[in-house]
Design a protein around this ligand. Structure first.
Ligand SMILES: *Cc1c(COP(=O)(O)O)cnc(C)c1O
Length: 449
């Protein structure tokens, strides 16, 4: 054990030239911390008569430790999966204008809660509300942290200790253990389940209202489909019942499309405008699904109800931040200016024709000098339009052990996320942005598939 005596003391090591360089880069406290840890580990693990690492090796170990500690974990990557709203990959990428707006709000002060006309305190919620009202035809709007928060706030503020009716066809888990029935009970509302798993009728709702329901929660099937012997009353029928019986109708739309998805060869996804004109009192949806903006929960509907929501204590806990509001407004402007399809990345991806994608895949194949271009399908993802596909073309590489390749692709400087099908690696150009194409190809060229 006496060999350990050869180990340099911490302060001696810190004066070493290469360690000083580390201090200049990482700061003294971290380097001190790493140095102590490494020396302790050596002391603890040393076997009798084992030689002690040279100084150079010590410095290397310290450097490695510092790098591990500080390595960024949230890093940009290339989505070659063809899943447009990939929840694990951050859902919607923002438009140029939305990024600019976010930067502008981030780097300085802003009129976030300041009324420039009278110099007094202004309302944070006023900013996006103006645009949302214009776009959706609703009386009022409120933006919060995400749609889960929107739903929680709406139910907590309006239906606490009251009965809320929801159909068993809609008792869904949205993902990440976020279940509609749990949100209901967390908000203090009393859940009233009606109907069967596959069918619910207007008469079930009518009965529930007679039994004292104060609100109807209608949740859009955003991430699953029920097919076969199924039926649900339409929103308009529910709205009529709600109005006649003086109960609230809350619509959880999920993805919140503002454009007509049918124009892109997809099934009809109910739009926010339809839910508002269809008579829902409140409509909740996400900002980063089909809207194509930042993470946000948006609630539009009756002014009197939204005022109650805005004054509920939970509203403060789930409020949207300035970066979110800035980029959301820039995104909404694209819709108002009728340029969403050209400017908002998710709509650009949805509207790209298979032929355009085929050309890109062919170009990739030529550049790489391998693989083949085959027909396949992209998906919307993000719990939107389940089971619906967009025809696409992918570059397919036949490799041994595709799983291992998938892992290697994930470990690149700019990770590339691909798919496997039939022992082939598939790269779908649909979600790969033009600015990413060079780095994608140069990295792929380095790998010897
Ligand atoms: C996605 C989704 C939510 C949750 O929205 P987040 O913005 O992810 O919180 C809630 N309800 C429905 C129907 C959804 O599709």
């Amino acid at each position: 054990m006496n060999l350990l005596r050869a180990l340099p003391a911490v302060d001696v090591l810190l004066t070493d030239e290469s360690v000083s360089a580390l201090i200049a880069e990482y700061g003294r406290p971290l380097v001190l911390d790493a140095t102590r840890l490494i020396l302790n580990e050596i002391r603890r693990n040393a076997a009798p008569n084992q030689s002690i690492p040279e100084k150079q090796e010590l410095v290397e170990r310290i450097t490695d430790r510092l790098k591990t500690w500080l390595a960024p974990s949230l890093i940009p990557l290339i989505n070659a999966t063809g899943v447009i709203l990939h929840t694990n990959l951050g859902r919607a990428p923002l438009s140029e204008a939305a990024q600019q707006a976010m930067l502008a709000a981030a780097g300085g002060y802003s009129s976030l809660e300041f009324d420039l006309t009278n110099g007094k305190r202004g309302l944070r919620s006023a900013h996006a509300e103006r645009l949302l009202v214009k776009l959706t035809g609703a009386e009022a709007a409120l933006v919060v942290n995400n749609n889960a928060a929107a739903l929680m706030l709406a139910l907590s503020a309006l239906t606490r200790r009251k009965k809320v009716v929801i159909s068993r066809t809609q008792l869904v888990e949205v993902g990440g253990s976020f279940r509609i029935p749990d949100v209901l009970s967390q908000s203090g509302a009393r859940l009233m389940e009606i109907g069967a798993t596959n069918r619910v009728h207007l008469s079930d709702y009518r009965q529930a209202v007679e039994d004292g329901a104060a609100a109807i929660l209608h949740a859009h099937h955003s991430n699953f489909r029920i097919s076969g012997f199924t039926s649900e009353p339409g929103l308009d029928e529910l709205a009529e019942l709600a109005k006649k019986s003086n109960v609230l109708l809350i619509e959880d739309l999920g993805s919140g499309a503002l454009l007509n998805t049918e124009a892109y060869g997809l099934e009809h996804e109910p739009t926010v405008q339809e839910a508002v004109s269809g008579g829902a009192d409140l409509v909740c949806f996400s900002g980063d699904k089909l809207l194509g903006g930042p993470q946000a929960g948006i609630i539009v509907g009756k002014k009197s109800l939204l005022q109650k929501l805005a004054h509920h204590p939970l509203a403060r806990a789930v409020r949207a931040d300035k970066l979110c509001l800035a980029s959301l407004m820039a995104t909404l402007l694209h819709y108002l200016k009728d340029e969403a399809e050209q400017k908002i990345p998710v709509w650009k991806m949805i509207s790209t024709s298979p032929l355009q994608i085929k050309e890109r895949a062919e170009r990739w194949r030529c550049e790489l000098g391998k693989g083949e271009v085959i027909e396949d399908f992209s998906t919307i993802g993000g719990g939107s339009l389940p089971g619906q596909n967009l025809p696409t073309f992918v570059l397919a590489l036949t490799v041994k052990q595709p799983d291992r390749w998938l892992k290697d692709l994930r470990c690149l400087n700019v990770p590339i996320i691909a798919r496997i099908d039939n022992e082939r690696l598939l790269f779908d150009p649909r979600c790969v942005m033009e600015k990413e194409e060079n780095i994608l190809l140069s990295q792929l060229k380095e790998l010897s598939f």
